[in-house]
Design a protein around this ligand. Structure first.
Ligand code: 13P
Length: 264
C-alpha cells in the first residue's frame, strides 16, 4: 500500500502486543504459534502484527519470526547510541538485534521511572536515528479524567512527546488511558473517539497531510470481545495489547478482528 492509498483509505491497522516484564524462553512458542497461524492465512493480510517482548527475547524472537508477518519491537530505549550507561540499551542495539520498532513513553515507564515528555521525545528521536519505528504512548490517569482534564493532558503529551521529523512510517501513536491498563475497564467508544479525533487534529496541524496517514492505536484492556467495538471508532488504527497478547490464542482473536476490518 502506498502512502497515497493510505491517505485515501486510512492507514493499515496494526495490532501490537506489549509483553511488558513477562516472558521466559518458553514463551517464544506463543510468538511462533502467532507466526504459524498468520502464515496459513490468505493474502491480503489486512493488518500488521507486532510483538514487543522483553529485551532478553528480542533477538531470538526476531530470528524466529521476524522475517514473516510478525514484526518484533522493544519496550524502551536509551537516547544515546553507545557509552557509559550501565544497564541501558540504545536503539541501535535494538535494531541490531532485529527490532523493527520500540515503544517509548509507556505510562508504566512514565510512572516507574519518572519519564517526562521531553525524555520521551528524545527517545523517539533516537529511535528514528536508528531506523526504528517509535510507538509513542500517551494517556491520562483516573484523577485527570475525573477532573475533566483528559483532552488537555493528552494534547500536552502529544505536543511534548513527538520530535520533529515524525512521519507515518517512523511513528505510531498509542493512546492508553492509564486507568484502563490491566483493569478490564475501557472508556466509552464516544470518549475514545473524542481523544483520537483530538490527536488526529494535532497531528494534522503539525505534520500536514502526513498526520492523516499516521496510525493512532488504542490500548488498555483490549480483548477479542471488545476489539470490534474499539476498531469501529473513527481514527482508531489498531491496538496496543498487554495481557491479552501473552497467549497466542487470545492475541490471534484480536488480530482476526483487525484483519477483517483492514481487509474490508
Ligand atoms: P492491557 O492490555 O493488559 O490492559 O495493557 C495495555 C498496555 O499497557 C499495552 O501497552
Amino acid at each position: 500500500m502506498t502512502l497515497t492509498d493510505e491517505a485515501a483509505t486510512g492507514p493499515c491497522p496494526l495490532v501490537a502486543g506489549n509483553w511488558k516484564m513477562n516472558g521466559l524462553k518458553a514463551a517464544l512458542g506463543e510468538a511462533l504459534a502467532v507466526d504459524k497461524a498468520l502464515a496459513a492465512e490468505p493474502e491480503p493480510v489486512g493488518a500488521d502484527v507486532m510483538i514487543c517482548p522483553p529485551a532478553t527475547l528480542v533477538m531470538v524472537m526476531a530470528e524466529l519470526v521476524g522475517k514473516g508477518a510478525v514484526k518484533v519491537g522493544a519496550q524502551d530505549c536509551h537516547t544515546g547510541e553507545s557509552g557509559a550507561h550501565t544497564g541501558d540499551l540504545s536503539p541501535e542495539m535494538l535494531a541490531d538485534a532485529g527490532a523493527a520498532a520500540v515503544i517509548v513513553g509507556h505510562s508504566e515507564r512514565r510512572a516507574d521511572h519518572g519519564e517526562t515528555d521531553r525524555l520521551v521525545r528524545e527517545k523517539a528521536a533516537a529511535a528514528h536515528r536508528a531506523g526504528l519505528q517509535a510507538i509513542i504512548c500517551v494517556g491520562e490517569t483516573i484523577g485527570q479524567r475525573q477532573a475533566d482534564l483528559t483532552l488537555e493532558v493528552v494534547a500536552r503529551q502529544i505536543a511534548g512527546s513527538l520530535p520533529n521529523g515524525v512521519t507515518p512510517q517512523n511513528t505510531i501513536i498509542a493512546y492508553e488511558p492509564v486507568w484502563a491498563i490491566g483493569t478490564g475497564l475501557t472508556p466509552l467508544a464516544a470518549d475514545v473517539a473524542d481523544v483520537h479525533a483530538m490527536i488526529r487534529d494535532r497531528l494534522n496541524e503539525r505534520f500536514g497531510a502526513a498526520g492523516s496517514a499516521m496510525r493512532i492505536l488504542y490500548g488498555g484492556s483490549v480483548k477479542a470481545a471488545n476489539a470490534a467495538e474499539l476498531m469501529a471508532v473513527a481514527n482508531v488504527d489498531g491496538a496496543l495489547v498487554g495481557g491479552a497478547s501473552l497467549k497466542a490464542q487470545d492475541f490471534l482473536g484480536i488480530i482476526e478482528v483487525y484483519r477483517a476490518a483492514g481487509a474490508a
